[in-house]
Design a protein around this ligand. Structure first.
Ligand code: SF4
Length: 232
């Protein structure tokens, strides 16, 4: 079973114990050789007994759809990210009485008035339209947020999402949901498992490949990645 599945344990602590719990977990990570692995996804030591004790919570409910909701209005956020100032302006403009953050990269604005919330740039891709076209696009934080990244991974991911939305993203045939993964370096933070399409930054350029195979195209610019993946 892949390591990332094994990590899906929960250990609940009271809010006042959270910092101490984090420090304890960080100590376990270092003491069990994690600094050699470099990151949690690559660290295969079994979790300590105390971190394995709680059962997984019940299955999550159905994904909230964007649009009208009995409590207000749901907006999709690509990568679950939104600029704080933009979110604040959206809350004030629509008169929401509360915000509910969900696990589905969507936020529920509760008690909105006549004006609908719009926390995203109007040009931002629609995550529901991308999903309806059978795609999910993942991208790590990239530049300028990660010092390892020399590129704005999410700008390229947005371009690929727009292609997917328009049914113009080509890929090897595969059943079910297909995933594009744009990574700013080989660490693959956003999606540490095989994706349908892998776009990875290496030495200032991108490598492009399908699933777990070696890259088919190397040394590409962002424009070249889009050209390779765009179908008419
Ligand atoms: S994959 Fe690399 S560039 Fe992207 S967030 Fe992780 S460490 Fe940074």
């Amino acid at each position: 079973m892949p390591a990332y599945v094994e990590r899906e344990f929960r250990h609940y602590v009271d809010a006042g114990q959270a910092v101490e719990g984090l420090i304890t977990l960080a100590r376990w990570f270092v003491d069990s050789g994690g600094s050699v692995a470099g990151r949690m996804a690559h660290h295969h030591a079994p979790l300590p007994e105390w971190a394995r004790g709680d059962a997984l919570p019940g299955a999550p409910g159905p994904t909230l759809r964007t649009g009208a909701h009995p409590l207000g209005f749901v907006c999709g956020l690509p990568f679950g990210q939104v600029e704080a100032a933009r979110l604040a302006r959206a809350v004030l403009a629509c008169g929401a009485t509360a915000l509910r953050i969900t696990p589905w990269r969507r936020v529920l604005f509760e008690g909105v008035g006549d004006k609908l919330p719009s926390p995203q740039d109007p040009d931002a891709p629609d995550i529901d339209a991308v999903a309806a076209a059978g795609w999910r696009v993942e991208a790590c934080a990239g530049a300028p947020f990660c010092p390892q990244a020399g590129v704005d991974t999410r700008a390229l991911a947005f371009r690929l999402m727009r292609l997917a939305q328009r049914g113009m993203l080509q890929a090897p045939s595969s059943a079910g949901l297909r995933v594009v993964h744009v990574s700013g370096c080989a660490k693959a933070c956003a999606y540490p498992r095989p994706a349908t399409i892998n776009v990875m930054r290496r030495a200032g350029v991108f490598d492009l490949g399908w699933q777990t195979a070696s890259p088919l195209h190397v040394g590409l610019s962002a424009d070249a990645v889009v050209s390779h993946l765009e179908c008419c």
